[in-house]
Design a protein around this ligand. Structure first.
Ligand SMILES: [Zn+2]
Length: 349
């Protein structure tokens, strides 16, 4: 048995929520069927959250098999980055009615990047169609785009642990999942709109008028976990911007008239906080210096907030923070490795 294969069940104890049709049976030691073959390189595709924003899974792919998801918590990744530095396109969510929920892709990605030119064009085209649909006549809007747009949408503010605030939109059923995907620590739904067109107009108006960004970088999200502002301060910041958005909705005559008359937008003030954010594991965290996308690492994912991971190392209680997005598209060679020495940086001083 190869050193890699001998790691078998102990390497990754993960049950799949999306089992392959050829799931292996339990081995003689009684370990659970494992969807991940430790003898094959593993590609990290992305992090996915459940509809409540509570449980995270990591989408992975091996060889040309379909991608599948495994629970993130407890996922033990002992790996080295292949010397060849292989990166493969991560694929994309299926947007159209005739596509699967996730579309795998075998193309090499654009460099730098983790997605190929074709997937990038499809994703960007869809996003652009959503965002600019209000400039087009109803008849010229693609049917799948229209189906996404003709749903009630939430306008929200998301707060991150460093105090950053962003404005965003989501269809109502995906709202909590969207917040979890983004790694928000607190959020407010500040309005409900009848469709996805008007909500994006308001989102752009909020950015143009109030200066609120529509994205927050992973670097800021990591920094927030290492040096968080007080919870009360983050809530107060959200209070401030919620009032500002409500004033904007009521004070812009054209916007208010259009919105209330044509689409029935309703100001709301619904609070959300990251499920599990009150656990003590989030209190004392350390920066993890070596890039996850280089050399070798041995880590156990403890929690995720968006794609920002808290992880431990076997035999240690210290909890580190890093952006697991560094690994998206990377092909990992699984096995016993000599991990990099970790430069622990005390986050508290
Ligand atoms: Zn692709």
């Amino acid at each position: 048995m190869s050193p890699l294969a001998s790691l078998g069940g102990k390497l990754i104890q993960a049950m799949t929520s999306n089992p392959p049709t050829s799931s292996r049976t339990a081995d003689a030691s009684g370990s659970l069927p494992n969807p991940i073959d430790p003898a094959l390189p593993l590609q990290i595709v992305r992090v996915e959250w459940d509809s409540h924003g509570r449980a995270a899974e990591v989408r992975v792919r091996q060889g040309d098999k379909p991608s599948l998801t495994v629970p993130a918590e407890g996922l033990h990744l002992s790996y080295r980055i292949a010397a060849s530095g292989q990166v493969r396109c991560v694929g994309r969510p299926g947007f159209r009615a005739d596509e699967p929920g996730y579309v795998d892709c075998d193309n090499p990605p654009q460099r730098p990047g983790r997605i190929c030119a074709r997937c990038s064009i499809i994703e960007a085209g869809f996003a652009s169609s959503l965002h600019h649909a209000h400039n087009r006549s109803a008849n010229s809007i693609d049917r799948d785009v229209a189906s996404h747009l003709n749903r009630p949408n939430a306008l929200y503010l998301a707060g991150f642990r460093d105090g950053s605030i962003k404005v965003g939109t989501s269809t109502l059923p995906r709202r909590d999942r969207r917040w979890a995907e983004q790694g928000a620590w607190r959020a407010r739904q500040v309005a409900e709109a009848a469709d996805g067109i008007i909500v994006r107009e308001i989102e752009d108006a909020v950015t143009a008028t109030l200066g609120l960004t529509q994205s927050v970088s992973a670097v800021r999200k990591v920094a927030g976990h290492l040096k968080p502002i007080a919870e009360e301060a983050l809530e107060a910041t959200l209070d401030h911007w919620t009032e500002a958005v409500h004033r904007l909705l009521s004070a812009v005559p054209d916007l208010a008239a259009d919105v209330t008359a044509a689409t029935g937008i309703t100001p709301t003030d619904e609070s959300w906080s990251f499920p599990g954010g009150d656990e003590s594991v989030w209190h004392t965290l350390y920066a993890y210096s070596p890039p996850l996308s280089q050399a070798s690492h041995n880590l156990i994912i403890e929690r995720l907030c968006g794609r920002i991971a808290l992880f431990t190392k076997p035999g240690s209680q210290d909890v580190f923070v890093a952006d697991i997005g560094q690994l998206y598209g990377r092909v990992l060679e699984l096995g016993d490795v000599e991990p990099n020495d970790v430069l622990v940086q005390d986050s508290l001083f």
